[in-house]
Design a binder for this molecule. Structure first.
Ligand code: DGJ
Length: 740
């Protein structure tokens, strides 16, 4: 239960201002620490009553000490640029990249923001919300900076609320979520680029003076080419176990922009928010514009601790059913593509049952009659069962699956339309397209205009109809395979609203639909898919239980990709399917998929007898330890980007059990066996543990890892255990159990 205790104005202190950040006279300053258990960002008013960021670093024992932090820095040369302002306005004194840029109702383009007041609300014992009100002294224009802090997890969520009471609309040209400021000797930033089937490729760089910008203008599938996820390492390159680190994400499913600017003091200004590109927004008087959130975890001990904090936060506070269960599944996409009918599908239920998974997932191709969805060129938008393929409808399949003892899930792509569809014929005005220009397609399809409430109703009705007609439907895979070309909304045009609002209103419309879905169907698991990892952020994950990181399921590629996603997302939200991609044997593919939520997308009936036996046993074993993978703490042990092997482990909260995954990732040189042990982490040094190899392939080979062993946690973490990875043992999974 939320307590909502409000402490008005946390710290108001009188300081002798001897530094250049304060004035030479004695004056009242307001100091606002935004502190997690281990780190703090400190904001303080200056003599002009502007709010500055004066400290970022380790949390102090004594809260009152934060007021004096600014005194220890000398960053002022009397220059007009005040680089550390907490939310930098445009059009007055600021000459740097602004956080906010507006055109007032009277056409004036200047903005100044001064501190007015702040409140600190206790949400629960672990969570506080600090809201700081800033105001323009000339115009009735207000900005509230909001910081929600989860102390134990060292996680901060930061956003901005903008409001005015001017006579007419104010145009917001830029409206960042966060304008952070960090002082340190050097800054290293890791960003993630990609493309279809090559998602999340990391690149770390030392920031030099100037600005490094990461952004998306794709409209949807925000993460396809560049990712709103990033790592900042302070003072030295990012390390898994050492150094001050920030692991962050702009939680927004549309166009985003991250600016990492090194200023003339060699400090870092980090600006994050909706991409201002073609996104001017006319804000009516008295309405609040809430920006998306910048979510970040902080750590003084490297990326590992930061990721674990973010994972714990995500499971406990953010992801839908983050602490719950998930359904293992068999999907038919790569087994059948569009070529199936009712008999073929119901024949696969037996395979799912044989494998021992919880659910069968029917993918793309089940709908469309006038324009059947027999390929990706037609049918999107016409969400009625194809009568030839499914003469007895979905209801029949749901029931039949139930009779086999498995659940049934379904694929949809509700935001899209093929020009070859009845929907397109009936509702051209619902389609995002330039009326006078040739259409541009991405996978032969176009986006529906979710800024239009009628389109929102339509998208809601797709899901609602499915559940109303099939109450036992257990799962939805929500795909999104196109970006927005020719951004133009007939709806906004009819309403006399600026076209530049389309990108923002599209995303708001989508969230609207998802809120309605969740109001009516609060718990049904839904997977966010995007023809790969073009989507998956902490705003969408309020509504989705999981996401699809990439269509690339080559297990070697996946070891890297899952490693890189793991900086930001816990294993329980990443769906990993065993497919026929890559050259690795089934065991390797299954082991890699077990490092998240396990699924299969293969023709199970075609597996050899031993492969099938292995897969069944692996699913049964997975069921015994999945709780550790889904809800435990993850430790990245050996980085595949830097080594011939990769190792990663999950440890149960009470440290009684752990699973360690080890893989050969570099086949170039002959290795006889891994020379050195892998040092484990996260165990209890005092506890005694047994180590056994699991997921052994049933071909008679014995594991070189002796069972019945007794190791202390101390030994396993200091000396380690050798998984004996060789060219014949390219994938080794170890189970560590406390000996009680
Ligand atoms: C892209 C997804 O990533 C695939 O898994 C599959 O669902 C196809 N779309 C279907 O069109």
């Amino acid at each position: 239960m939320k307590k909502n205790i409000v402490h008005h104005v946390g710290l108001k202190l009188i300081l002798t201002a001897t530094t250049l950040l304060a004035s030479a006279s004695i004056r009242a300053q307001t100091t606002i620490p935004i502190a997690t258990a281990k780190n703090a960002i400190v904001l303080q008013t200056d003599k002009e009553n502007r709010l500055r960021t004066v400290y970022f670093g380790k949390a102090l024992d004594n809260t009152a000490d934060y007021a004096a932090t600014a005194n220890q820095y000398n960053f002022n040369d009397g220059n007009a640029a005040i680089t550390n302002v907490a939310y930098t306005p445009a059009g007055t004194w600021n000459l740097l990249e602004p956080a906010i840029q507006v055109v007032h109702a009277d056409g004036n383009r200047s903005l100044e923001l001064k501190y007015v007041s702040h409140t600190v609300t206790t949400v629960d014992a672990n969570t506080t919300l600090t809201a700081i009100v800033l105001k323009d002294p000339v115009y009735p224009f207000f900005v509230t900076l909001c910081y929600k802090v989860w102390k134990a997890e060292n996680v901060i969520e930061q956003w901005t609320e903008i409001k005015h009471t001017e006579a007419k609309d104010v145009t917001l040209e830029k409206y960042a979520s966060a304008n952070l400021y960090f002082s340190n000797k050097d800054f290293y930033v890791t960003t993630f680029q990609g493309a279809y089937a090559r998602e999340m490729q990391p690149a770390e760089t030392k920031l030099l003076q100037g600005t490094r910008t990461i952004d998306s203008k794709l409209g949807t599938r925000a993460m396809l080419l560049q990712s709103p996820n990033f790592i900042v390492s302070f003072g030295k390159p990012a390390s898994e176990t050492e150094g001050m680190t920030m692991v962050g994400q702009l939680a927004w499913s549309g166009n985003f922009k991250l600016d990492f600017e090194i200023d003339s003091y060699k400090n870092l200004r980090l600006m994050a928010g909706i991409n201002p590109y073609e996104s001017a927004y006319a804000l009516p008087p008295n309405e609040v514009f809430k920006t998306p959130s910048l979510v970040y975890a902080l750590s003084n001990n490297g990326t590992g601790e930061a990721s674990r904090g973010l994972h714990q936060w995500a499971r406990k506070y953010r992801v839908l059913d983050g602490e719950g269960q998930r359904l293992t599944l068999l999907n038919n996409w790569e087994a059948t593509y569009f070529d199936f009918d009712e008999n073929k599908i119901s024949g696969l239920f037996k395979d799912a049952k044989d494998l021992g998974v919880d659910m069968f997932l029917l993918d793309d191709g089940w709908f469309g009659n006038k324009y059947p969805r027999n390929g990706d060129k037609s049918g999107l938008g016409d969400w009625q069962e194809n009568v030839k393929k499914l003469p007895n409808g979905l209801g029949y399949l749901v029931k039949k699956a139930g009779a086999e003892g498995i659940k049934f899930g379904i694929w949809i792509e509700p935001e899209m339309v093929n020009p070859k569809s009845e929907l397109y014929e009936k509702h051209l005005d619902w389609v995002i397209r330039q009326p006078e220009r040739p259409e541009v397609y991405f996978r032969n399809q176009l986006e529906l205009d979710l800024s239009n409430p009628k389109v929102q109703d339509f998208v809601f009705s797709i899901v609602d109809n499915l559940f109303t007609k099939n109450p036992d439907l257990a799962f939805i895979k929500w795909d999104c395979n196109a970006v927005i070309y020719n951004a133009y909304s007939e709806y906004l045009h009819q309403k006399g609203l600026p076209q530049t609002e389309l990108y923002v209103k599209y995303v708001h419309g989508l969230y609207n639909v998802l809120q309605r879905i969740r109001a009516k169907y609060p718990k049904v698991p839904m997977m966010l898919c995007s023809g790969g990892g073009g989507r998956g952020d902490y705003e969408m994950l309020k509504y989705f239980t999981e996401f699809w990181p990439s269509d690339d399921t080559d297990p070697i590629e996946r070891i890297f990709m899952q490693w890189d996603y793991s900086y930001f997302f816990p294993a329980i939200v990443t769906d990993n399917h065993v497919t026929d991609w890559g050259k690795e044997p089934l065991k390797f593919r299954v082991d890699v998929a077990c490092m998240g939520k396990l699924g299969f997308d293969i023709v199970a009936a075609k597996l050899s007898t031993t492969d099938k036996q292995f897969a069944k046993e692996a699913v049964a074993t997975y069921n015994t330890y999945k709780d550790v993978v889904w809800h435990g703490d993850m430790y990245r042990l050996i980085n595949p980007h830097e080594n011939d092997i990769s190792a990663l482990m999950y440890v149960a909260g009470d440290k009684s059990k752990a699973i360690v995954f080890n893989y050969l990732v570099n086949n170039r040189q002959m290795i006889t066996a891994t020379e050195r042990p892998v040092q484990l982490q996260g165990l209890d040094a005092q506890k005694h543990y047994s180590v056994k190899e699991i997921n052994l392939y049933p071909d008679g080979h014995k594991s070189p890892i002796a069972e019945g062993s007794d190791y202390t946690g101390d030994f396993l973490m200091k000396v380690g255990i050798n998984p004996h990875v060789t060219k014949n043992r390219t994938s080794v999974v170890l189970q560590i159990d406390e000996i009680k």
